[in-house]
Design a protein around this ligand. Structure first.
Ligand code: SAM
Ligand code: DTB
Ligand code: SF4
Length: 347
C-alpha cells in the first residue's frame, strides 16, 4: 500500500478499521491460530551501535551484563525447553552490529543453527547486518527466518540511531530475501515518532516483494540508562495505538504473521484480545524477551485458553514466501536526505 492509501485507512474510525482488518484476517488466516515463539539472547550487551532504545548498546550504562556467545549446549537446552513448553519457533538474538563469515565465532553460529533446526523447531535469528554469503550459509545451515527490523520511518531513523543507516538495514533484508530465508521485519512504536512515521514504515515494508513472512510490533520498553529511559515510564504506549498498528499491519500485509512483541506484557488481556481480533497471530512466550521481562507464561496460557486460540504446530517445511512475478523484486527507495547519520536536515 502506498502512503496515501495508508493515510486514508488511518483516518478510519477504530471500530470500523477493526472490522475491516478482521475481515482480511479471517479470509487469509481462517484457522484461529496463534504462533508461539521463544526468544533467547545468545550474545548479550556490549553492542557497538547506539540505538537509543536498546539496553544492549555499549554507548549507555544500562546495567546489562555483557556475555559472550553462549555455548551450543546451553542454547540447545533452552531450545528443548521451549519445544517442551509448546513453542514452535525459537528466535536467537545477538547484540552485534552484524556478523561476517571471517569472524572466528561464525562456524559456531552455524553449528548452533544446525543443532536447533535438528530439533524440529522453526529457527529464527537476529544477528544484525549480514552480507549475501553469510545469508546463504545460514540458509544452508537450516535457518528458516531472520529478524531485521526497520523500526520506524527512514526520516525518523537517524534521530534514533547514528551508527548505521536505514539503507544498510534494507541491504541486509535484501540479502536475506535473496538467500531464500523468510524475512521478519517490523518496528517499534513509542519512540517519539509521529503516526506518519508508522505509516511510512508500513509503506516501505508493504513494498517488499515478497512481503515479509512476519511483522513484529514492539512497544517501547523504556530501558534504564538509555536516552529513552523516561519516555514511557508514566505513560506507556497507548493500547489503542498498539491495536491500531495491528489492524493497519493486517490490512497492509494480509498474509504476513503479525507478532505482538516487546511491551505486550503491559497490555491487558482485553487489549490483547482486540489485537488478535485485528489480526495479530503470533507472540513471544516465556518470562524473558532478550534482556527485558515478558508477559507471564501462566497468564499467557490462560489468555490463549480463554480466547479459544489454537496454538500453531511447527512447520518443518517452512518456505520463504515467493515473490510476485509482476512486481519489482525489491523497489529501490529514493534515498531520503535523512537516511544518512546525523540530525534530520529537513524540517
Ligand atoms: N542487533 C540486532 C539488530 O539490531 O537487528 C538484533 C537484536 S535487536 C535487540 C532486535 C529488535 O528488538 C530491535 O530492532 C527493536 O525492534 C527491538 N527492541 C530492542 N530493544 C527494545 C526496547 N527497549 N523496546 C522495544 N523494542 C526493542
Ligand atoms: C523483535 O521485533 N522484538 C524482539 C525480537 N524481535 C528480537 C526483541 C525485543 C527486545 C525487547 C528488549 C529487550 O529484551 O532487551
Ligand atoms: Fe545493537 Fe541491535 Fe541493540 Fe542496536 S538494537 S544496539 S544493533 S543489539
Amino acid at each position: 500500500m502506498n502512503y496515501q492509501e495508508l493515510e486514508e485507512l488511518n483516518r478510519t474510525p477504530l471500530l470500523v478499521l477493526l472490522e475491516k482488518a478482521h475481515e482480511v484476517h479471517r479470509r487469509n488466516w481462517p484457522d484461529n491460530e496463534v504462533q508461539v515463539c521463544t526468544l533467547l539472547s545468545i550474545k548479550t550487551g556490549g553492542c557497538s551501535e547506539d540505538c537509543a532504545y536498546c539496553a544492549q548498546s555499549a554507548h549507555y550504562s544500562t546495567g546489562v551484563k555483557n556475555e559472550g556467545l553462549l555455548p551450543r549446549e546451553v542454547v540447545l537446552e533452552r531450545a528443548l525447553l521451549a519445544r517442551e513448553t509448546g513453542s514452535t519457533r525459537f528466535c536467537m538474538g545477538a547484540a552485534w552490529r552484524g556478523i561476517s563469515r571471517k569472524d572466528k565465532r561464525w562456524p559456531e553460529v552455524l553449528e548452533i543453527v544446525r543443532a536447533v533446526s535438528a530439533l524440529g523447531l522453526e529457527v529464527c535469528a537476529t544477528l544484525g547486518k549480514l552480507g549475501p554469503d553469510e545469508a546463504r550459509e545460514l540458509k544452508a545451515a537450516g535457518l528458516d527466518a531472520y529478524n531485521h527490523n526497520l523500526d520506524t520511518s527512514p526520516e525518523y531513523y537517524p534521530s534514533i540511531v547514528s551508527t548505521h543507516t536505514y539503507q544498510e538495514r534494507l541491504d541486509t533484508i535484501r540479502n536475506i530475501q535473496d538467500a531464500g530465508i523468510s524475512v521478519c521485519c517490523g518496528g517499534i512504536i513509542g519512540l517519539g515518532e509521529k503516526q506518519a512515521d508508522r505509516l511510512r514504515l508500513l509503506e516501505i515494508v508493504s513494498s517488499f516483494n515478497p512481503h515479509p513472512e512476519s511483522f513484529p510490533i514492539n512497544a517501547l520498553i523504556s530501558m534504564p540508562g538509555t536516552p529513552m529511559e523516561e519516555r514511557n515510564d508514566d505513560a506507556p504506549v497507548d493500547c489503542w495505538d498498539f491495536i491500531r498498528m495491528c489492524a493497519m499491519a493486517r490490512i497492509a500485509l494480509p498474509k504476513t504473521r503479525v507478532r505482538m512483541s516487546a511491551g505486550r506484557g503491559r497490555l491487558s488481556h482485553e487489549a490483547q484480545a482486540l489485537c488478535f481480533y485485528a489480526g495479530a497471530n503470533s507472540l513471544f512466550y516465556g518470562d524473558k524477551l532478550l534482556t527485558a521481562k515478558n508477559a507471564g507464561t501462566s497468564e499467557d496460557l490462560e489468555m490463549i485458553r480463554k480466547l479459544g486460540l489454537n496454538v500453531k504446530k511447527p512447520d518443518p517445511s517452512l518456505m520463504a514466501p515467493l515473490p510476485d512475478a509482476e512486481s519489482p523484486l525489491f523497489p529501490e527507495h529514493e534515498p531520503h536526505p535523512c537516511t544518512t547519520p546525523g540530525p534530520c536536515r529537513e524540517a
